[in-house]
Design a protein around this ligand. Structure first.
Ligand code: SIN
Length: 292
């Protein structure tokens, strides 16, 4: 739990409770609304290398404080989409099923998040970490799932690893709208997000480990006939989504989750009464490096 006592203690020690062999851990002993010491930032980075999903329970974060905490890890992404809660805060995006008047709304855009993806993979320089803060959660359900793409890669047969070696996939905002059955990309979104090619297997710049890198934003695998590309993507998506690679997070109000997009896929699970219960999460995304 957060200390709630103002300043963080000068001790950088974090208490880390591993939750899942898939790489999720809960971290205690830190109040993210307070200024962090460089040692605490370093300790969080180190924890992330071992546990790509970090959960900080019992936090209380304004948007300003969330942006400040997030910016310890790099430059923050802006958001091209219109904010559904009417907010103009450029780097803190609210995922919500409420409109500005507090009325439950159409979830068309959020549908995209129900499919496995890694954040901003349609950018030349995609996301490093995403940070979600639970402002309001349904009484049950509304979970978020994480699939460990590093473990999934490691578990592939040798001949599949050889087949994937050197392959690249095109990630495209237009394709992700089609793949998820959401409304077509606007002209502005098309202009801002031209298709981009990334390796299908990427190497983590800090751990040196390889991970599958795909998801709903992928349009096709370069150099393969259309049917073969689609079959390969479907096979890999099925593989990565197996229970043995997946951690399911059941939200509590005040949870902050931080995850490493370079070695995980994630998706929101629509397993709650969307038209009945608000689900409000504030989201920041830290820009990463070009995948290789
Ligand atoms: C996301 O896909 O970034 C959001 C996940 C969620 O709403 O649970």
């Amino acid at each position: 739990m957060a200390s709630g006592k103002g300043k963080n203690s000068p001790s950088p020690a974090l208490t880390i409770y591993p939750l899942s062999p898939v790489g999720a851990a809960e971290i205690d002993g830190i109040d993210l609304s307070q200024d962090l010491l460089p040692e605490q930032v370093a300790a969080i980075r180190a924890a992330l290398a071992d546990h790509p999903v970090l959960i900080f329970p019992g936090q209380s974060l304004s948007k300003t404080r969330q942006a400040r905490f997030s910016s310890h890890f790099g430059e923050l992404e802006g958001h091209i989409g219109k904010l559904s809660d009417g907010s103009t805060f450029p780097t803190v995006h609210t995922l919500t099923n409420l409109d500005a008047a507090g009325t439950l709304i159409n979830m068309d855009v959020a549908r995209l998040n129900w499919f496995w993806h890694t954040d901003k993979s349609y950018h030349a320089v995609p996301a490093l970490v995403t940070i979600l803060y639970a402002v309001e959660v349904p009484p049950s359900g509304g979970d978020t799932q994480f699939a460990n793409a590093r473990l999934a890669y490691d578990a592939l047969p040798t001949d599949m690893k050889a087949r994937l070696d050197g392959l690249r996939a095109v990630h495209d905002w237009v394709a992700s709208r089609i793949n998820s059955g959401t409304s077509p990309a606007t002209a502005e979104q098309r202009r801002a997000r031209p298709p981009i090619s990334h390796p299908l297997v990427r190497t983590h710049p800090e751990t040196g480990r390889k991970s599958l890198y795909l998801g709903v934003h992928v349009s096709y695998v370069e150099g393969l006939p259309e049917a073969e590309s689609a079959a390969l993507l479907a096979e890999l998506t099925d593989h990565i989504g197996q229970d043995r690679f997946v951690y399911t997070h059941r939200w509590r109000r005040g949870d902050v989750l931080m995850w490493d997009n370079r070695c995980l896929l994630h998706r929101a699970v629509p397993n709650y009464e969307i038209a009945r219960h608000p689900r409000v999460l504030n989201r920041t995304v830290v820009i990463g490096t070009r995948p290789f």
